[in-house]
Design a protein around this ligand. Structure first.
Ligand SMILES: CC(C)(COP(=O)(O)OP(=O)(O)OC[C@H]1O[C@@H](n2cnc3c(N)ncnc32)[C@H](O)[C@@H]1OP(=O)(O)O)[C@@H](O)C(=O)NCCC(=O)NCCS
Length: 352
């Protein structure tokens, strides 16, 4: 990467000697998967990535690989990576980081190098920077805090054992449950689901409205989408008032030998909340997952979710498995600053 592109008067970050760097290429997916597998062995975040899923990530229509990705190489072998995702939210642009350093190459300044790149890119885009790290990964927490970032938000990854019984929870009278699969019909469902998703997540921390392409790429067109465990709640005239999209990550299934149903997105339109729609969609998904041999379900929730999501999940039998923290720079413009709180004590990790 050419530091001059950032147009900043501050000198570009310096990479430790003997290492090279370049933007990621679409065909980097297998090597990226290998790097992530080595990182996972040490960090134990519970996340597993297949080369096929990562190839799709690299083909994201919203991702500018030349400007927003970097691979650090040691003689051709990837030893660190970073992917930046720009989201245009109601309060302005936000850059989210996703990065990692090979355990054998830690404590050499690579994390600081990546963070520096992210800060410059966010500065050039006049965007706030958000760095989410698993709360139990001490290296990542130390990097963020050492760079003067402050914790702004906590996330819980929740887990539900599906060998335990699931209570059915029917929808209220007048509403209809529509299964989204098997055989998902994108022409029929993508637009109403996207509209419901954008409306129900309008006030959700870190969320931004999604274009048709983004929605299809990341949600219903994902290899991991499991339409047979996903559903929409509709009024008799066909309006989607609630929905649940569930995923299964093959790489995780292969690594653990357990099928885990990841509840990627649940939403109920604001006027329809508090009538049991979220609970009914969740119960439906869990019952379908049990029928299909899933051993567990998981999801990630903002611990300060103002719409009571944590309560809905807890009632459905989920418990906290791990936590993550979103760090933000202290020097954000006041208009972009989120409330900062003291870290509650926890040793567990989160992602999502
Ligand atoms: C979180 C969300 C999906 C919940 O959907 P919902 O349809 O309101 O969920 P439910 O109605 O099943 O449960 C919500 C509350 O209504 C209560 N409720 C359920 N059935 C009810 C009924 N028949 N009458 C009155 N209240 C009822 C539930 O007990 C629950 O109460 P609580 O807040 O005290 O825990 C919804 O608020 C939403 O879309 N939020 C924005 C997007 C979001 O944050 N999604 C989750 C991301 S992790």
């Amino acid at each position: 990467m050419d530091g001059r592109r950032y147009g900043s008067p501050v000198p570009p970050p310096v990479l430790p000697a003997a290492l090279q760097h370049r933007p990621m290429h679409p065909d980097d997916a297998p090597a990226w998967a290998d790097l992530l597998a080595v990182i996972e062995e040490v960090d134990g975040t519970g996340e597993h990535h297949s080369a096929a899923d990562l190839a799709r990530e690299l083909a994201d229509p919203d991702l500018d690989l030349d400007h927003d990705s970097v691979l650090v190489l040691d003689g051709g072998r990837p030893v660190a990576y970073q992917v930046l995702r720009l989201r245009a939210g109601p309060d302005g642009n936000v850059v989210h980081t996703d990065g990692g350093v090979h355990p054998a190459f830690r404590a050499r300044g690579l994390g600081s190098y990546l963070l520096d790149l992210a800060q410059r890119r966010a500065g050039d885009l006049d965007a706030g920077l958000q760095v989410r790290v698993p709360a139990h990964v001490a290296d990542a927490v130390a990097l963020a805090e050492g760079a003067g970032f402050v914790a702004a938000r906590w996330w819980s990854t929740l887990h539900r054992d599906l060998t335990r019984p699931v209570e059915p929870a029917p929808l209220a009278e007048g509403l209809e449950l529509h299964l989204l699969g098997p055989g998902y019909d994108a022409v029929r469902w993508d637009e109403p689901l996207r509209a419901a998703r954008n409306a129900s997540f309008a006030g959700h921390f870190g969320s931004a409205p999604e274009s048709a392409d983004t929605f299809a790429h990341h949600r219903t067109g994902s290899r991991a989408f499991r339409s047979e465990c996903s559903a929409a709640a509709c009024t008799p005239d066909g309006q989607v008032v609630g929905f649940l999209l569930a995923f299964e990550f093959d790489a995780r299934t292969a690594a653990t030998g357990n099928r885990d149903l990841y509840v990627m997105t649940v939403g109920t339109l604001e006027p329809w909340r508090g009538r049991g729609i979220g609970g009914a969609l969740l119960a439906h998904a869990l019952l379908r997952a049990q029928e299909q041999g899933f051993g567990s379900s998981s999801l990630t929730v903002d611990e300060e979710n103002a719409t009571g999501a944590l309560g809905v999940y807890t009632r459905a039998g989920y418990g906290v498995a791990s936590r993550a923290v979103t760090y933000v720079p202290t020097l954000w413009p006041a208009s972009r600053r989120f409330p900062v709180r003291e870290s509650p004590d926890s040793g567990a990790r989160v992602d999502g």
